[in-house]
Design a protein around this ligand. Structure first.
Ligand SMILES: NC(=O)c1ccc[n+]([C@@H]2O[C@H](COP(=O)([O-])OP(=O)(O)OC[C@H]3O[C@@H](n4cnc5c(N)ncnc54)[C@H](O)[C@@H]3O)[C@@H](O)[C@H]2O)c1
Length: 378
């Protein structure tokens, strides 16, 4: 397969993960980068041996077939529209768009133009999450009846260099971090039929303690804690807690309870981690994630944890899928379904009612066993 050339829009905090991931790939190659702040784009281009160009130049470059969008959520739909209008495939960081209406418009425009759209999170392609999916598909914990997912931290203003957008409309923990557990839950359990939720806001004003804007205050426009319940079409119901108001907790990222056993799914923000499973009331047993791609640690987190960070795997899969004509996994229908669930959690919390989910998506195909990106050739 010929290497597929990419352009990256947005050279902020997460762009290093994509540029590092791109450098490991034979499937794709990043040709150009751009940013509203061209000095930032030039610095990133120099660091990774790429070229910095304007967005218009990137969109008119015939060598580039996929645009990878790493701008803040509020810019996703606009970059998506322009990408599709330029006749290029579009892969966006999460959330795919900040409103369901915008996401629907992008998916429809891409379909009409015969183009692909894809979206992070692609972490569900990781070895740990695919192992959990395999255990469920093999029926080893029976039929999943219930579960609990928790993604709760003290917030973003203590580590992110530019944390304003997280607390503006279009930000908030549901859209920013809820997408990780919800995407993995849909990967494992299928589509969601309805949701209910309650929400709260820990503080009206947050003071930044990370370096660049230290001491600046942010007015919080969104709920910062949401507790919801997702009712899946296959009958399971799973509680989801997302919060930026929690200093410490002892909950596991995702727990699923089946008629024959239980399973503990590690942090869906990364690709690897320890999977534990038990049969009925037996002991927890570690389930090996060996033999699957995207599981070995690639770096250390700030807290010293070893992290498997393969962001870009979804782009590798989409590039191979375009070449072979098969569906890709981190696709628009999945992103749209997850976005509808996230929007519904907020609507439910505000209106105090159950919200039905209209969209449906197929569970993405499991990732084949193997060592790395070559699994996507299958
Ligand atoms: N930082 C993380 O750890 C992380 C992790 C996973 C996903 N994400 C997602 O990645 C995206 C970017 O996050 P980030 O943390 O890198 O943000 P950031 O603020 O650090 O960087 C965003 C960059 O996009 C640029 N930009 C803004 N609007 C633009 C436009 N219209 N055209 C071109 N460039 C534009 C900004 O100048 C900035 O350099 C978000 O959707 C976020 O949810 C971030």
């Amino acid at each position: 397969m010929q290497t597929i050339q990419l352009g990256i829009v947005g050279c902020g905090n997460i762009s290093d993960a994509y540029l590092t991931g791109g450098a490991r790939s034979q499937i794709v190659s990043v040709k150009s980068v751009t940013d509203l702040d061209m000095d930032r784009a030039k610095a990133k281009a120099a660091a990774y041996g790429k070229q910095a160009v304007s967005l218009d130049e990137m969109l008119s470059d015939p060598d580039i077939s996929i645009i990878v969008n790493l701008t803040p959520p509020q810019a996703h739909a606009d970059i998506g529209r322009r990408t599709i209008a330029a006749g290029k495939h579009f892969y966006s960081e999460k959330p795919f768009a900040v409103t369901l209406a915008e996401a629907r418009e992008l998916v429809a425009a891409a379909a009409a133009a015969g183009l692909r759209v894809g979206s992070a999170p692609d972490t569900f392609l990781g070895a740990a999450h695919q192992t959990v999916r395999g255990i469920i598909d093999e029926g080893r914990i029976g039929k999943v009846v219930a579960g609990a997912a928790t993604f709760a931290t003290p917030g973003m203003e203590m580590w992110h260099p530019n944390p304003f957008f997280f607390f503006e409309k279009g930000g908030g923990p549901v859209l920013d971090i809820g997408c990780y557990p919800i995407t993995q839950l849909v990967n494992c359990l299928g589509a969601v039929e309805s949701v209910v939720a309650h929400a709260s806001k820990g503080r009206e004003i947050r003071t930044i303690t990370s370096e660049m804007y230290k001491g600046r205050e942010i007015k919080v426009e969104v709920p910062t804690t949401v507790n919801g319940v997702l009712a899946f079409a296959d009958g399971a119901n799973v509680s989801v807690t997302v919060s930026w108001d929690v200093w410490k907790h002892t909950r596991h990222p995702i727990e699923l309870y089946g008629t024959e056993g239980s399973i503990l799914n590690p942090d869906p923000n990364f690709f690897g981690g320890t999977v534990l499973s038990s049969v009925r009331d037996g002991e927890w047993q570690e389930v090996s994630i060996e033999g699957r791609p995207f599981g070995a640690p690639t770096r250390q987190g700030g807290d010293g944890r070893s992290l498997a960070d393969y962001r870009m795997a979804g782009v590798f899969d989409m590039a191979c899928a375009i070449a072979s004509g098969r569906p890709h996994r981190a696709n628009g229908a999945l992103a749209l379904h997850v976005l509808e669930i996230m929007e519904a959690l907020e609507v439910s919390a505000v209106d105090g009612r159950r919200v039905n989910i209209e969209s449906r998506c197929a569970r993405p195909e499991p990732v084949p066993l193997g060592l790395g990106e070559e699994v996507f050739f299958a």
